[in-house]
Design a protein around this ligand. Structure first.
Ligand code: MG
Length: 261
């Protein structure tokens, strides 16, 4: 309140200025506190409802078709996605193979919704298994973890084989779960890893991973490793179970929070 009163007492001309150059430089940044020369963030129109794609998102599935996705056919050829689209969602076609985006991504915000089969079959890893493989290498596990014990780093929301989610906020089979992921891609100089991958995950709005560092690709029963790569597709796993997905979008993050020159 004292500060507000002080501000109100300032001359109108001073209040109208767009910043200050007589303030300290922020440690680690080239900018003064309230620097008027600092570039402004661009405008983005938020989605109408929470979970809707904002204006700068690349929509990967809008309920209608899988044109942004592909699969591997015979001899490794890229073919159109064969998974089933109906009623605004798409569903794993068991045995047809993984789905992957035609575009490739690096640092990214990813929104994806998924739902488990209402008819429960199998147990542990054999129940409603699929997965969101970021850059086709780093799996955020999709599994029916409603009353379904399995190893902790393989349950829903787990970074497979590396990090269990901090909590398990999964919904019942047939209800829709939401992943909001922030992914920092690994960086390489030649063959050398200069920055590992990091994953932040909100699972149904609940923080499940807070910038967890990955020790490489996610693997089954072995440790992962890093091999140099650039941008890569997002891949959805066909683990033989009819898991459903809907409302998938991604935002490229490169350049948003780099130190401004
Ligand atoms: Mg999986």
């Amino acid at each position: 309140m004292v500060r507000l009163l002080a501000l109100l007492a300032l001359p109108a001309a001073l209040c109208a200025q767009l910043g200050y150059k007589d303030t300290p430089v922020i440690p680690g940044q080239p900018w003064h506190v309230h620097d008027p020369d600092r570039p402004h963030p661009r405008m983005v129109t938020a989605g109408a409802q929470p979970g809707d794609a904002p204006s700068d998102a690349i929509v990967l599935f809008d309920g209608k078709d899988l044109s942004k996705w592909a699969q591997h056919g015979e001899l490794g050829r890229t073919i159109d996605a064969k998974w089933k689209v109906q009623d605004g969602h798409f569903e794993v076609a068991p045995g047809s193979g993984d789905l992957f985006t035609r575009d490739k991504f690096g640092d990214a915000q990813i929104h994806i919704e998924w739902s488990e089969p209402v008819t429960v079959h199998g147990a542990s890893q054999d129940r409603g298994n699929s997965g969101v493989y970021i850059q086709s290498l780093f799996e955020v596990q999709v599994l029916d973890s409603w009353n379904n014990p399995t190893y902790a780093d393989g349950q829903a929301g787990g970074i497979y084989g590396q990090w269990p989610p901090m909590v398990n906020p999964i919904r019942k089979p047939g209800e829709w779960n939401v992943y909001d992921i922030v992914f920092e891609a690994p960086k390489f100089e030649g063959d050398k890893l200069t920055k590992p991958a990091y994953i932040t995950l909100f699972f149904n709005g609940v923080l499940a991973h807070n910038r967890k560092e990955l020790n490489g690709s996610t693997e089954h029963r072995i440790l992962g490793s890093y091999k140099p790569h650039g941008e890569e597709p997002i891949l959805l796993q066909d683990h033989g179970h009819p898991v459903r997905y809907r409302n998938v979008w991604v935002r490229r993050l490169a350049g948003y929070d780099q130190p401004e020159k």
